[in-house]
Design a protein around this ligand. Structure first.
Ligand SMILES: C[S@@+](CC[C@H](N)C(=O)[O-])C[C@H]1O[C@@H](n2cnc3c(N)ncnc32)[C@H](O)[C@@H]1O
Length: 264
């Protein structure tokens, strides 16, 4: 699998050029997000029998995997003590592919994974078109062309800061073509300022174009506009706010872009 080369690790003073903080789950605990999601969500989203194939999920920007595991357990209704290398005995078979640009974080996630047969990890830069082939290959293994569910949690700001307005729009368009449902937790604008400030303090100018971003302000609304523009996705609901003032939005593909669709 394609591992991005030379991804810069987190820097002193709590700065990290890609949001690749080594202890992210300590200051933004997974529980503060998963508790907003109804336990029966999978059954509601996928009520009809789907045949023998598992549901396929993608976690973009999984960091060291804590949120991926918490989402997996929450969606399958597993309690906190249930960690097993076998498929859990619940009605739904869910396979998660988790990716992150930081290979060291991905390695940590792999080492700690309590569900190695159901949750896979891969190091890749989601903005690199050739690395995206890894995702297509994963889907092909299950005879599918898209994921059932994709998680994009606290990632949009890092894509935006590193790839500008065009990068953010392209990223969201790619995700909308890649899945049936998309759960997004956008960072509010105040986080952009804090991230740029942290790097500036270290004398870095990584986010120089931060000041020229035209997409700014109410980022939840801007991201909703981008995803629903041209009718590619529709907003299903907002699951509420976390203690860090971030909202969780669920979008559904309308199939209008014509790229998605699962044959499994
Ligand atoms: C702030 S953390 C969020 C971690 C996790 N999703 C959560 O909410 O707990 C953002 C993650 O996105 C990853 N990331 C940033 N840009 C990325 C890219 N281009 N491709 C893949 N992962 C990326 C970072 O390495 C980092 O681990």
């Amino acid at each position: 699998m394609a591992a991005p080369m030379g991804t810069e690790a987190a820097l002193p003073g709590g700065a990290a050029p890609h949001g690749n903080f080594p202890d992210y789950s300590r200051f933004h605990p997974p529980e503060s997000r998963v508790c907003l999601l109804p336990g029966a969500l999978l059954g509601r989203l996928f009520p009809a029998p789907r045949g023998p194939r598992p549901l396929l999920g993608l976690d973009v920007g999984c960091n060291s995997g804590e949120l991926s595991v918490a989402l997996y357990k929450h969606l399958l209704g597993l309690d906190d003590n249930e960690t097993s290398s076998h498929q859990p005995a619940v009605g739904t078979d869910l396979k998660l592919l988790c990716c992150d640009i930081d290979a060291a974080l991905v390695e940590r996630a792999k080492q700690r994974s309590p569900f190695p047969t159901s949750i896979s990890y891969t190091a890749l830069d989601i903005m690199d078109p050739s690395a995206r082939e890894t995702l297509s290959s994963y889907l092909t293994r299950f005879g599918c062309s898209s994921f059932d569910l994709c998680f994009c949690m606290s990632v949009t700001m890092w894509i935006h800061l590193n790839h500008g307005d065009a990068g953010l729009v392209e990223f969201l368009s790619y995700l909308s073509s890649l899945c049936m449902y998309l759960l997004v937790e956008p960072q509010p604008w105040k986080c952009y300022r804090a991230a740029a400030r942290r790097l500036r303090k270290l004398g870095r100018n990584d986010f120089d174009h931060f000041r020229s971003l035209a997409i700014s302000g109410d980022m939840a609304e801007k991201i909703t506009q981008i995803l629903t523009k041209d009718g590619a996705m529709e907003l299903v609901c907002c699951f509420g706010n976390t203690s860090r003032d971030r909202s969780l939005f669920l979008f559904k593909s309308t199939g209008v872009t014509g790229q998605r669709g699962s044959n499994g």
